[in-house]
Design a protein around this ligand. Structure first.
Ligand SMILES: Cc1cc2nc3c(=O)[nH]c(=O)nc-3n(C[C@H](O)[C@H](O)[C@H](O)COP(=O)(O)O)c2cc1C
Length: 351
């Protein structure tokens, strides 16, 4: 049976202190480009009201040249705690963007130093900053100077296996003024493949005084607890495990606070959530929202008889009504012959 060791319990009983800002949960929802918009965050927050959430990453150069704020930077005035994540390689543009982020309501500003995508790294942003620590330091210093809220960094363990530089890099970020660092335990070369190497998160924790958040392969409550135990991290951040499963952060949070495992939602409850997600995306973004909802709906439709066929249909929907009808029909079928054993929780893991 899953349990929390007394030492872990004691460690997690205090709020997470990000500089002057306190968060009452040790589990965070990661920034996910194309996913963690206002609608998704609202669903996650229903189950994890005290968790820190992140916007999708926002391009600081784009913000400099375009007057209007992008929709991905939009924050609901009622959603707290919230961090706006920025990416770029120019300290001046990032400082300017951070001021806008704070005006929009950000409790903290996070700098992306981990994105592996070529389009970002070839312009000097994301994980390429691991290879340019002086620029990364200058970024943190300038952003810290520009805003009153805590500045945080999210990064990886290194560029590749020959360049695992996280220990030196993390210390530099702390010295430059970062108030928390999230470490995704993979190199840039790994992309999202292979295991996250939590042992590096443990080593970062040993050399820093600021909070260290463990990230990578947190697909279940059990994995979250194991990561906290093995690394000594101050918190964990859930990522792909939340795709089509906005319950995960709340499940982990509940367990860390009470030692009690919540029952997993069944297939019908997950489809109800998919339905709500689709409708809310359509209300928020119109037909573009429906196109964005396709991937979400296919992530929800897992772990029950007929799920594969449903995924194929959902991936092609053109209108909100088509999507709602498909989900309603699937829920009716499940309600008619619903066998809880058919719910294979393991099948929910999205890779
Ligand atoms: C679809 C997708 C979008 C992502 N977008 C971002 C992003 O905007 N900013 C960021 O820092 N990381 C982003 N990431 C990385 C995740 O936040 C996380 O670090 C990574 O997925 C490792 O955790 P996991 O193994 O639990 O998924 C993204 C990952 C995925 C799969």
């Amino acid at each position: 049976m899953l349990s929390l060791s007394p030492t872990l319990q004691a460690r997690l009983s205090q709020p997470l202190k990000i500089g002057s800002f306190e968060v009452k949960s040790r589990v965070l929802q990661s920034p996910l480009s194309g996913v963690t918009d206002l609608v998704f965050r609202r669903l996650v927050r229903r189950y994890a009201p005290e968790s820190m959430m992140y916007t999708e990453m926002v391009n600081a150069t784009g913000l400099h040249y375009v007057k209007e704020l992008p929709i991905i930077m939009e924050v609901d005035p009622n959603e707290r705690p919230i961090s706006i994540q920025l990416f770029d390689c120019r300290p001046d543009f990032l400082a300017e963007a951070a001021i806008k982020a704070v005006a929009e309501g950000a409790d903290t500003v996070d700098i992306n130093m981990g994105c592996p995508v070529n389009k970002i790294t070839k312009n000097g942003g994301g994980s390429s900053l691991l290879r340019q620590p002086e620029i990364a330091e200058a970024i943190v210093r300038e952003v810290v100077k520009a805003v009153d809220v805590p500045v945080t960094v999210k990064t990886r363990i290194g560029w590749n296996d020959q360049e695992i530089t996280i220990l030196d890099f993390a210390k530099r970020m702390e010295d430059a003024g970062a108030k928390m660092i999230t470490v995704h335990g993979r190199t840039r070369a790994q992309g999202y493949n292979g295991n996250a190497r939590w042992e590096w998160i443990a080593r970062v924790k040993e050399v820093l005084s600021i909070p260290v958040i463990g990230n990578g392969d947190i697909f279940s409550v059990e994995a979250a607890v194991r990561c906290l135990e093995e690394t000594g991290a101050d918190g964990v951040m859930c990522s792909r495990g939340t795709l089509g499963y906005p319950f995960l952060v709340g499940e982990v949070d509940h367990f860390l606070k009470t030692g009690e495992l919540l029952p997993a939602p069944n297939a019908i409850q997950r489809l109800e959530c998919a339905r709500e997600h689709l409708y809310a995306l359509w209300e928020y973004k119109g037909d573009r929202g429906v196109r964005q909802a396709r991937k979400h709906m296919t992530w929800y439709a897992k772990g029950f008889m007929g799920a594969a066929e449903l995924r194929g249909q959902l991936s092609l929907v053109e209108t909100v009504q088509q999507g709602l009808d498909l989900i309603d029909r699937a829920m009716e079928k499940l309600a008619a012959g619903y066998e809880p054993e058919e719910d294979a929780q393991a099948d929910l893991v999205v890779v």
